[in-house]
Design a protein around this ligand. Structure first.
Ligand code: ATP
Length: 513
């Protein structure tokens, strides 16, 4: 991460804590690695993101319904899904620093460095030659060709080692590339071992292997095992979808970067069941729809891009990520996967129960194919928080930090601020709050100078502030201040609701998609 972005990210993290968005878990005991708590403002923002997703899925699509499955599931679920045998990351320890790494990420780091070198050569040449032809340059420049050859060789060896589960080959690659630990600087590594990312615990009072169950590593399986329950009781006709928001747990080897990679996190997933052979049509449909959903938030269209998967998981016949430009660069925000009939077929096999759909139009039974959309709620939160965070220099030379959170997602919609704590102003302010509180989340505050109070509301992203002063008592008007423009307007109390309504409305946001 470049220094400026690094600093920005640090500022966002400390702002999130200072203003009640995110706290380290059990902080009084020095926290728990990669686990976070959402504070009073964070919980509101998170709930609003959930509402935006849930309403998009279940209100705007009459063939999608939502469920809420338990976190604990029968252990065979995870055998059938492939997680017991294959939800692994290759782990390696440095014996001197005692730090743990993912071997594949260390190797990918070498590839990234080579790619950076190529980009530097390209940039240099582009400056030198007027009619610069990139394709021509990268295929003929000796140095670049050499770098690319090296990348292809490393990639090839990495892929083969991963595909064959060959940890000895993986270690050999770490040694051959002479990778050193960034902390100790030494190449004193342990062997590479596979590490299963699922957390396990025991159910019931006897702790033996027969009672071992897992904390779900994804919410999707709760949907698959309920496929027939929902289809039958909801009389659903293919194509249809089942949506779910819920916690997932992964014992990530390297869990850094704040709430980007956590060990306990939340997913918003939708599995769309389609007729076999039609999955690519629906895959394209959901790719497009999901990007539109993101872009409607107005966080900047350039902040999103697709990243197609070249190495597909064993169950997929097409997959891509929607990446977001986080403070540390473009990273996965959401995955869209065409999962074929892998999951339902496998659950049929392990459970011995038929998981098929009778298509009355075709008069045939089949196992539907599935297109999945899966977005991390916490990563969504980070994308909103980081791109809304602005440090602004004002015309009068002062500075402010403002969270320009999309208004429908903001924790509070309006702050009610009596100018003074006397002369009947607090009473009048409460009267106004009582008018508005059924429609908008209001925040009441009467302490400190008004300027200071505005700054505090800017810092938590409140789109509107309403100030009640002595004139209010005479003519029933208030000052309404807009967070983004900082413009203040005198309006009648009965006009306030209409002014606020449109911009903070979830329905209006949904209409933009
Ligand atoms: P990554 O490659 O970043 O580990 P993934 O491909 O394993 O992610 P999926 O299994 O496709 O992720 O999960 C779907 C979504 O869940 C991701 O796009 C991401 O937003 C979110 N997610 C996955 N793992 C984590 C995590 N450890 N912490 C927070 N969010 C996560």
């Amino acid at each position: 991460m470049a220094n400026a972005e690094d600093n920005l990210f640090k500022n966002v993290i400390s702002h999130a804590k200072e203003y009640g968005f995110i706290f380290p878990s059990s902080e009084i005991y020095d926290g728990l690695s990669a686990v976070y708590d959402y504070g009073q403002n964070g919980a509101e923002l998170k709930n609003n993101i959930k509402e935006y997703w849930w309403k998009f899925m279940t209100l705007l699509h009459d063939n999608i319904v939502g469920i809420d499955a338990a976190i604990f599931m029968h252990p065979t679920t995870w055998k059938a899904s492939g997680h017991v045998d294959a939800f692994n990351d290759p782990m390696i320890d440095n014996k001197d620093s005692k730090k743990r790494y993912r071997a594949d990420q260390l190797i990918e780091g070498v590839i990234e460095k080579l790619e950076e070198k190529i980009e530097k050569e390209v940039e240099k040449a582009a400056k030198r030659f007027e009619n610069f032809d990139r394709t021509m340059f990268v295929t003929t420049n000796a140095r670049v060709v050499e770098y690319q050859k090296k990348i292809d060789e490393i990639n090839g060896r990495l892929k083969t080692a991963m595909a064959n589960n060959d940890m000895v080959a993986m270690k050999q690659l770490v040694d051959d590339l002479e990778i050193a630990d960034p902390i100790s600087g030494t190449k004193n590594w342990t062997d590479v071992r596979q590490f299963n990312l699922m957390f396990s615990t025991e159910m019931g009072s006897v702790a033996d292997d027969a009672n071992k169950i897992y904390l779900r590593p994804e919410t999707a399986q709760g949907i698959f095992v309920n496929f027939l329950n929902v289809q039958k009781t909801g009389r659903m006709k293919i194509p249809f979808g089942i949506a779910q928001i819920g916690k997932a747990f992964r014992n990530e080897i390297v869990a850094r970067q704040f709430i980007f990679r956590m060990r306990e996190f939340e997913q918003m997933e939708m599995q769309f069941f389609v007729k076999p052979g039609e999955e690519m049509k629906w895959y394209e449909f959901w790719k497009d729809k999901r990007l539109k959903w993101h872009k409607a938030l107005g966080l900047g269209n350039d902040n999103y891009r697709y990243h197609d998967h070249l190495n597909l998981a064993h169950y997929a016949n097409a997959a891509c990520d929607i990446q977001f430009n986080f403070p540390m660069g473009f990273r996965e925000l959401e995955g869209i996967h065409s999962r074929t009939d892998f999951d339902l077929k496998s659950h049929e096999k392990y459970s011995g129960k038929k998981l098929q759909y009778f298509d009355s139009e075709d008069n045939q039974n089949y196992i539907p194919f599935v297109v999945e959309t899966s977005v991390g709620l916490d990563r969504m939160f980070l994308s909103v928080l980081a791109s809304s965070y602005k440090e602004e220099k004002l015309e009068d030379g002062s500075e402010r930090v403002v969270l320009k959170i999309p208004a429908p997602l903001a924790p509070n919609k309006v702050a009610i601020l009596p100018l003074m704590k006397k002369d009947g102003l607090p009473e009048k302010a409460h009267e106004i709050m009582n008018l508005l509180k059924f429609d908008f989340r209001c925040f009441y505050e009467e302490k400190d100078a008004i300027g200071k109070r505005y700054r505090r509301q800017d810092a938590i992203g409140t789109p509107y502030c309403i100030t009640i002063d002595h004139q209010t008592l005479q003519d029933n008007t208030v000052t309404i201040r807009n967070r983004d423009t900082m413009k203040q307007e005198r309006v009648a109390i009965h006009e306030v609701k209409a002014i606020i309504s449109e911009s903070v409305s979830m329905a209006e946001l949904l209409k933009k998609i």
